[in-house]
Design a protein around this ligand. Structure first.
Ligand code: ATP
Length: 251
C-alpha cells in the first residue's frame, strides 16, 4: 500500500500569554497508507484535535510537516474533509441543498441534485431531502454532514469525535454506516476519539497519542473483520493491552 499521509516530526505550541506557551504536540510521526482507517486514541486535552487540524491544513505546525501524496500541506483542500462533533449545516438551506453546497460553490454542478440524493441514500437519509436542518435530530444532522463530506469525493476524511455527542444507539448505527462506506470506497480515514470501544469497532489501526506534549506512544494493528464483536477474544485482549498501555502512561 502507498503512503497517503506522512506526518513528520510535528510539534505545535500555542502562545497563551507573553511569558506562557503551551506545548500540545512534540515530534509526532505517523504514516497512513491509502485506504486505511486509522483511529487516534487519547485522553482529553492530549492534542488529538490539534493534530487533525494540522493534517487538515487549518492550523500550521510549529515545526515538522505533513505531506499528502508527497505534497506538503499548507492550507485546507476539498480532497481532505474535516468532520467535527458539532454538525455544521447551513440552517436556511434544505438537506439536499446543504449536501450540494460545496460542489455548487466549486462550480461542479453536473447532476448536482441527483448526486446529492445518492449521497443521502448512502447515509440512510433518503426521504429527508427537503427538510431544514432544524427539523432533524443531532444524529440525522451528522449523517447529512457525512453525506456532504462524501459528495465532494474526498480522498481523505478527517473525523474529530464526530459521534461524540450522540446517544449509544445512534452512534452504533453510524459506526455501521462508516464500515459500509469504508467497504465501498477507497477513502482514507483518520478518526479521533477518546472512546476505546469506538476505536476498536472502527479502526484498522489504533494509535495512542499520549504524554505531555502529545506523541504517538503505541500503534496497534486491528486485523479483525467487520462488523466486530466486542466479545471477540482478540478484541477483548487488545482492549486490555491498550488500557494497560494507558495506565503505564500515568495521569
Ligand atoms: N488555540 C489554542 N490556544 C491555546 N491552547 C490550545 C489551543 N488549541 C488547543 N490548545 C491546547 O492544546 C492542548 C491540546 O488540545 P486539543 O484540543 O488538541 O486536545 P484533544 O486531545 O483534542 O482534547 P479533547 O479530546 O478534549 O477534544 C490542550 O491543552 C489545549 O488547551
Amino acid at each position: 500500500m502507498t503512503d497517503k499521509i506522512r506526518i513528520s516530526d510535528i510539534s505545535k505550541s500555542f502562545t497563551l500569554s507573553r511569558r506562557k506557551r503551551k506545548s500540545a504536540l512534540g515530534g509526532v510521526r505517523l504514516t497512513v497508507s491509502e485506504g486505511n482507517f486509522v483511529v487516534v486514541l487519547g485522553r482529553s486535552g492530549g492534542g488529538k484535535s490539534t493534530l487533525l487540524n494540522i493534517v487538515a491544513g487549518m492550523v500550521p505546525p510549529t515545526s515538522g510537516e505533513v505531506t499528502v501524496d508527497g505534497s506538503i500541506v499548507t492550507s485546507p483542500d476539498p480532497s481532505r474533509i474535516l468532520l467535527t462533533q458539532q454538525p455544521t449545516l447551513l440552517p436556511w438551506l434544505t438537506v439536499e441543498e446543504n449536501v450540494a453546497f460545496g460542489c455548487r460553490l466549486r462550480g461542479d454542478t453536473s447532476d448536482l441534485m441527483k448526486r446529492a440524493r445518492h449521497h443521502l441514500e448512502l447515509v440512510r437519509m433518503a426521504g429527508h431531502e427537503t427538510y431544514l436542518p432544524g427539523e432533524l435530530s443531532l444524529g440525522m444532522q451528522q449523517r447529512v454532514c457525512l453525506a456532504r463530506a462524501l459528495m465532494g469525493e474526498p480522498d481523505i476524511l478527517l473525523m474529530d469525535e464526530p459521534f461524540g455527542a450522540l446517544d449509544t444507539f445512534t452512534r452504533t448505527r453510524l459506526h455501521e454506516e462508516m464500515i459500509r462506506i469504508r467497504e465501498t470506497t477507497s477513502i482514507t480515514v483518520v478518526f479521533v476519539t477518546h472512546d476505546l470501544d469506538e476505536a476498536l469497532a472502527l479502526g484498522s489501526r489504533v494509535v495512542l497519542l499520549g504524554g505531555q506534549p502529545g506523541n504517538i506512544v503505541a500503534d496497534f494493528p486491528v486485523d479483525r473483520s467487520y462488523p466486530r464483536d466486542p466479545a471477540d477474544p482478540e478484541i477483548r485482549k487488545m482492549k486490555i493491552e491498550i488500557m494497560n498501555r494507558f495506565w503505564e502512561m500515568g495521569p
